[in-house]
Design a protein around this ligand. Structure first.
Ligand SMILES: Cc1ncc(COP(=O)(O)O)c(C=O)c1O
Length: 390
């Protein structure tokens, strides 16, 4: 089945649910069993049969099934947020005394989890350059347990050479984790590129409507046991209503992502031609340093990208953002609406540019309206400073 067909059919089973097109929302804490034999069977198979609400109900199983089908994994674990999925997957593959390699362009709160929680657990955390590729082999130690990737990187959008990294480290017993939130399984399948665990902040594109928090990690056979067991020990649990929202979002993921891509490309190309803009960080632009790797490993690009302005005072950037009519000011992304925020990437290795850096999420509005809005903002608030600071 092609992925668009999977999006329409995976994770639902009308015959099982009395003909309902969508699985009903199954909320539960206690689940009753008709006999001790049945109770014991469920207890032995908590992730398969209904046992106790914390381990999920049919709502969770259907979403897990869909995620497994999309990512091509062996099993899926749901988390109450994207960050919880990142932290949960990292907890599953690390142990005191182990060495963990983390891409320097990692999402900020994941960096913090590594630097605070994992370090206090006795994990040695080391950051590596996003473009390292096969040279990651030179960073391995006998104690290296995992490599954590995010491609493209948060705020700076570097594309990593995932196949080269996976090949280099899999000669050793080292797990590769990939935060694939930007591309979604529609545009990149990390497990097919050699990764062990693919992580999604489903809060973004999977849910797609900015109304639920959710994370999912899909693992291959080798890593599924530890991922599941760790999440279970930590009491990880997700509400059935949020699963239903994610399943609903998933049905339109294909059409939404193609529109995000087309509109983001229009806006990114337009921004790249503006005199106030020093650089646009969007891997789908041919001039982007990651373009060739993106073209090779991804089948599309989403609606999130960054750009750097020539230096202007912070007040001018704030006025530009405040003056936009169609771009909301707020964290997260992946919904149907356009968003803007200044970004301040934290890096341990190379600094990320000089001028003010901004991040745009291009939603499902008409791209010409978005271009007009940005154009007016640049003319009014940024252009007056341009000569003085460029
Ligand atoms: C790349 C990436 N991963 C993970 C997360 C965390 O997701 P959540 O906000 O659902 O915790 C985010 C949130 O912005 C993100 O951008």
């Amino acid at each position: 089945m092609k992925i668009d067909t999977l999006l329409a059919h995976a994770g639902r089973d009308p015959l099982r649910f009395g003909g309902l097109v969508n699985p009903p929302v199954s909320r539960a804490s206690t689940i009753l069993h008709p006999s001790m034999a049945s109770f014991r069977r469920a207890q032995a198979d908590k992730h398969g049969q209904p046992y106790y609400g914390r381990f999920g109900t049919a709502s969770h199983r259907m979403l897990e099934e869909a995620c497994i089908a999309l990512d091509g994994g062996c099993g899926a674990v749901l988390f109450p947020s994207g960050l919880a999925a990142c932290a949960g997957a990292l907890s599953a593959v690390t142990a005191p005394g182990a060495h963990l390699l983390v891409v320097d362009s990692v999402y900020g709160p994941v960096r913090e989890f590594c630097e605070v929680d994992l370090v206090s657990r006795g994990v040695e955390v080391e950051f590596f350059e996003p473009t390292i590729g096969a040279a990651i082999a030179g960073r391995l130690k006998p104690s290296t347990c995992a490599v954590y990737c995010e491609s493209p990187g948060s705020l700076t959008f570097e594309i990593q050479d995932l196949p080269a990294i996976c090949e280099a480290v899999h000669r050793h017993d080292v797990a590769v984790l990939v935060d694939n939130t930007w591309a979604t399984p529609l545009f990149c399948r990390p497990l097919a590129l050699g990764a062990d665990i693919a992580i999604q902040a489903a809060t973004k594109y999977l849910v797609g409507h900015s109304d639920a928090m959710l994370g999912v990690a899909v693992a291959n056979e080798r890593r599924l046991g530890a991922l599941r067991a760790t999440a279970a020990r930590q009491g990880t649990s997700v509400g059935a209503d949020d699963c239903a929202l994610a399943l609903r979002g998933l049905r339109t993921l294909g059409v939404r992502m193609r529109q995000h891509q087309a509109s983001a490309l229009t806006v990114a190309q337009w921004l790249a031609g503006r005199p106030e803009v020093r650089r646009v960080d969007y891997p789908a632009l041919p001039q982007d340093p990651g373009y060739a790797r993106w073209k090779r490993d991804f089948s599309g690009a989403s609606g999130l990208f960054g750009f750097e302005l020539h230096p202007v005072p912070e007040a001018a950037v704030d006025a530009f953002i405040d003056g936009l009519a169609l771009f909301g000011i707020g964290v997260s992304w992946g919904g149907f609406e356009s968003l803007v925020l200044p970004s301040h990437p934290k890096r341990s290795l190379a600094p990320a540019g000089h001028g003010p850096l901004l991040r745009l999420h291009i939603g499902l509005e008409d791209p010409q309206d978005l271009v007009d809005d940005l154009s007016q903002g640049l003319e009014r608030f940024v252009r007056p400073h341009h000569g003085a600071y460029a």
